[in-house]
Every structure is written in structure tokens, then in C-alpha cells.
Design a protein around this ligand. Structure first.
Ligand code: URA
Length: 278
């Protein structure tokens, strides 16, 4: 008797294969994109050598957010305080404690819970999202609402999960903001600028191989660029690591046809992970 084949640790028995097929159809993968099937088990060999990653052009705002016109007078001082606290943290636990205690961000006053991270900090893939919503604010964990459930489905389709203990198959999830903006409004420039020292240190301490920039706010914060529908799928560098902008799961839930491109981005992520492993 032969064992069921596996793909990235998922046993491809008939029921799993059918579930994956149904999920792909739900994601909009309903027609072949290539003339011939791709042997994904042979990808690592085909991908060598890996094409160099082209950094996107950085805009000055990303490098010096404190100098943006219109920010409050004390923004630079609060950024400096955040930088000092973040630099002094030598572990994720101490970073979380320092960031939670930091009073330089007004949002803290209106939020119910601090949302530091979720998943496995040893994961090879770090997802950087925007900010907690209502459910995240209740639970104190990022991406646990409807968009988060969809995010779990998306990444589960390439064998990655926030609950995985194996770093190869795990996800680590962080937001640009750790406190909920009232009414789920977009984070403003001051909030992003003051949060970024903590985010940079967070990425440094977690040390992922790859970063997913989930939507416009993380692209603005890390690359100084917005326009996720143009940026998505283009590998770049953020925090000194390969980074892939992707459309946010909340956007995909509102715009199902965009799931097709998101699926292509997930496959690109799986390919890059595979090529970095060999
Ligand atoms: N959207 C995000 O970007 N992050 C969350 O934690 C929840 C929704």
C-alpha cells in the first residue's frame, strides 16, 4: 500500500485534496493560468538561482516620518522615546512590556486591550497587518475577527498556520498599530510614526525570513508607498528582509474577484520560502 502524497506537510488524501480544490474555486482559481501543469515538488530546483530582489523606490516620508508636515510638535520627542524603549528591549517579552507601558500614543486611552502579536515568533513568515479591529481589541490578539479567519484559510492553503509549532510551517502576526483606532478608522501619520520603532525592533527580535505586508498601511509604514493594488505581488525589501505586499483579507472578502491575484501571491510566497530553504 502506498502512503498518501503530501504537499508542505499536508496529507493529500482524497478528502483533503477535495477541500483544497473547493477552496481554490472559492478563491477564484477556476481556470488554468498556464498551458502545462507546474510540478510544485520540483520548484526548488527550477527556481535556482533566485532572481535578485528589486527594492522599490523609497519615498522620503518612509525614512523620516517625524519630518512630515502637519504632525504634532511633540511627535519627534515621542518617536525618540519609543526608539529608546525599543532599543533597550532584548526579548519579545520585554519589548511587549515596554510597548504596552508606553504612553506616547493616544489610542491607548480608548482601547480595551493591547494587541502585540499572535502565532509562533520562530516562524519563517511574519505577517504585518494594519491595526486591531473590534474583535482583536476584545481578545488582545491580531487578526482574530472575520478577516483573520479568512487570513487563516488563505495561508492554510499553502501549509502555513499561526498554531504550527514547526517554524517551517508557522506564521507570526503583528500589526503596525497595537491599539485599536476608534471606529476602525485608518491609522494616521503620527500613530504610524510613533509605533514604527517598536515594529522595527519586533521584526529584528523575531527574525523572520520573509515578511508579508498586508494592505496599504503596512506598505505606507515600511516602504513609504501606498497603492496596494499596484504593489501587490511585487517582491521588495522591508526591514532588511524580502517582503511581499498583498491585498488585505478584508478587501478580498469585499472583492471576491481579487482572490485570484491573492492566490498567485500566496504561491509566490510558497515558492520563495522553498527557494530560500535549499
Ligand atoms: N486587520 C488588520 O490589519 N489587523 C488585524 O489585527 C485585524 C484586521
Amino acid at each position: 500500500m502506498t502512503a498518501d502524497p503530501t504537499y508542505r506537510g499536508i496529507a493529500l488524501d482524497a478528502a483533503t485534496a477535495l477541500a483544497l480544490l473547493e477552496w481554490q474555486a472559492e478563491m477564484g482559481v477556476d481556470e488554468p493560468m498556464l498551458d502545462a501543469p507546474v510540478d510544485r515538488f520540483d520548484l526548488a530546483a527550477r527556481l535556482k538561482p533566485v532572481a535578485p530582489i528589486q527594492p522599490l523606490q523609497m519615498e522620503p516620508a518612509a525614512q523620516a516620518p517625524a519630518l512630515l508636515p502637519g504632525l504634532p510638535d511633540d511627535t519627534a520627542a515621542r518617536i525618540a522615546e519609543a526608539e529608546a524603549l525599543a532599543a533597550a528591549a532584548d526579548s519579545l517579552d520585554s519589548l511587549a512590556a515596554a510597548q504596552e507601558a508606553f504612553d506616547g500614543i493616544e489610542l491607548k486611552k480608548g482601547a480595551r486591550n493591547f494587541c502585540f502579536a499572535d502565532g509562533n515568533p520562530k516562524a519563517r513568515v511574519l505577517i504585518l497587518g494594519e491595526a486591531p479591529g473590534d474583535e482583536e481589541d476584545r481578545q488582545g490578539r491580531p487578526f482574530v475577527g472575520r478577516a483573520g479567519q479568512f487570513l487563516d484559510l488563505m495561508f492554510g492553503a499553502i501549509g502555513l498556520s499561526r498554531t504550527a509549532t514547526d517554524a517551517e510551517k508557522a506564521l507570526y502576526i503583528v500589526n503596525v498599530l497595537s491599539w485599536r483606532p476608534p471606529g476602525n478608522r485608518d491609522p494616521d501619520a503620527d500613530e504610524i510614526s510613533v509605533s514604527m520603532p517598536f515594529v522595527r525592533r519586533h521584526v529584528e527580535l523575531a527574525g523572520p525570513d520573509l515578511i508579508v505586508l498586508m494592505g496599504n498601511t503596512p506598505c505606507q509604514a515600511a516602504l513609504g508607498r501606498r497603492g496596494i493594488l499596484r504593489l501587490r505581488g511585487q517582491w521588495t525589501q522591508a526591514f532588511g528582509r524580502p517582503a511581499l505586499p498583498m491585498t488585505h483579507p478584508a478587501y478580498l472578502l469585499r472583492n471576491p474577484p481579487a482572490k485570484r491575484e491573492a492566490w498567485a501571491d500566496l504561491l509566490s510566497l510558497a515558492d520563495r520560502l522553498e527557494s530560500l530553504s535549499v
